[in-house]
Design a protein around this ligand. Structure first.
Ligand code: FES
Ligand SMILES: [Fe+2]
Length: 436
């Protein structure tokens, strides 16, 4: 193994290859939690998950169990899920409504939804001690920073650092594209999400999101089966529903995938251009476009609907598919276990048929029940098994290395199957891991 310097990492990441230990070494995973997941902005959830005062949703941010909660003034707080008395978790449920206060189930301390202590049973027991209700240590600890962009709530556990706007940068197009497609300019979450625990390191999932080399190989059988049925339906009835296209698109030949561009930002965010042609001319779509024109006018509607994105990856924890109103949040659990939360959204003001389209993609492609997701999960597990073995030390990201265009630090791949996104993710990873 290369000699470790600079936080133990020097020599593990080269521009076109990385050492397998970055996926398999538990000590590196711990450093990732401290230097990446406890510092940068991590997606907590969507505001519509907590519509009413007192509504809460629990979420894992790095190693920390947290609570996202709606306050009575409509603001949102994100709190550590820990009672300041003797440390019990305050919310054991995934989600619910706290009413006016969080009440600890152990000794009954009560807290406002913004974390402020409200009451302590037999408070005189604390008289003369340094632990009375005016001591801020009696409040539930809050996330250092909370920010929201178009309803998507992010948390940073570090006091200092770039703002949420700076963190999102050009990748905020993920949320603009999704929300702009709603006639009312907003989306709302559909309760609840799929949760999948994959048996691999978290970075394997993120690399896969913009890996245009794998779909027509990994998902070939699922794509081909759908294509046969799609053609058959089209022959009999003129046109098959768009649902079949979601799957048959996986038969797109490699030469076509190579024409799709990726744009890679210095902080690891990446955009994969669209390839599926998601603007059909069926009556439902035409009706939707009519509603859009009513809200936005003709020119703006054209501008919105011609945005052509398939994936936006917000490094290190979020993959957004804006034209299909879905996202996957990545929650590393351990060096070889990763939870993904798979959510989908409704476009406010759009006809129901347009929601059914998002639901179709959610169930057919992103659901853990589909062949598509199962194929990926098997590869993730196989990758981790191989990388944890002594069968070789290096992981290759050589594909089209040296052939990307560098536009003032923004890497634009000339080829869709270039491993530019993976090289770029490790560029950002190295920067974050080397930091104090
Ligand atoms: S641990 Fe919460 S009130 Fe005692
Ligand atoms: Fe895949």
């Amino acid at each position: 193994m290369p000699r470790k310097k600079n936080g133990g990492l020097a020599g593990l990441v080269e521009p076109d290859r990385v050492h397998r230990s970055v996926y398999a070494d538990p000590a590196i995973f711990e450093r990732e939690m401290d230097h990446i997941f406890h510092k940068t902005w991590i997606y907590a959830g969507h505001e519509s998950q907590v519509p009413k005062p007192g509504d809460y949703y629990t979420v894992q941010i790095g190693r920390q169990p947290m609570i996202m909660v709606r306050n009575k003034d409509r603001s949102i707080s994100v709190l550590y899920n820990r009672c300041p008395h003797r440390g019990a978790m305050l919310c054991g449920d995934r989600h619910g409504n706290a009413g006016k206060a969080f009440i600890c189930s152990y000794h009954g301390w009560q807290f406002e939804t913004d974390g402020q202590v409200r009451s302590i049973p037999l408070p005189q027991g604390y008289e003369g001690t340094r632990f009375s209700t005016d001591n801020p240590d009696c409040n539930i600890k809050r996330a250092a920073r909370v920010g929201s962009y178009r309803g998507f709530v992010f948390v940073s556990l570090a006091e200092d650092g770039e703002t949420l706007e700076e963190f999102l940068g050009d990748a905020k197009v993920a949320f603009d594209d999704m929300c702009d497609r709603a006639p009312k300019g907003e989306v709302e979450v559909v309760p609840t999400c799929f949760r999948v625990v994959q048996k691999s390191n978290w970075k394997i999932f993120l690399e896969n999101q913009l890996d245009a080399l794998h779909p027509s190989i990994t998902h070939e059988s699922a794509g081909r089966a759908a294509q046969i049925v799609e053609k058959d339906i089209a022959k009999r009835s003129g046109k098959a529903p768009l649902d079949y296209h979601y799957l048959s698109a996986f038969t797109t030949p490699l030469s076509k995938w190579d024409q799709v561009q990726t744009v890679n930002y210095p902080n690891g965010h990446c955009i994969l251009q669209g390839y599926m042609g998601l603007r059909p001319t069926d009556p439902d779509t035409l009706e939707y476009e009519k509603v859009m024109r009513k809200h936005y006018g003709k020119d703006r509607t054209e501008e919105i609907l011609s945005v052509n994105i398939h994936h936006v990856l917000l490094y290190p924890g979020l993959s957004v598919q804006s034209p299909l109103q879905q996202l996957r949040a990545v929650r590393p659990l351990s060096v070889d276990r990763t939870l993904t939360e798979i959510w989908h959204f409704r476009l406010k003001g759009a006809p129901e048929a347009i929601y059914r389209r998002a639901l179709g993609y959610y169930n057919l492609v992103n659901s853990p029940a589909t062949m598509v997701n199962a194929d990926d999960l098997e590869n993730f597990w196989k990758c981790h098994q191989g990388l944890a073995s002594d069968g070789g030390d290096w992981v290759s990201f050589h594909r089209n290395a040296g052939q990307d265009d560098d536009d003032e630090g923004v890497i634009k791949s000339r080829f869709g199957t270039s491993e530019a996104p993976m090289r770029n993710q490790f560029r950002a990873w190295s920067d974050m891991m080397a930091g104090a």
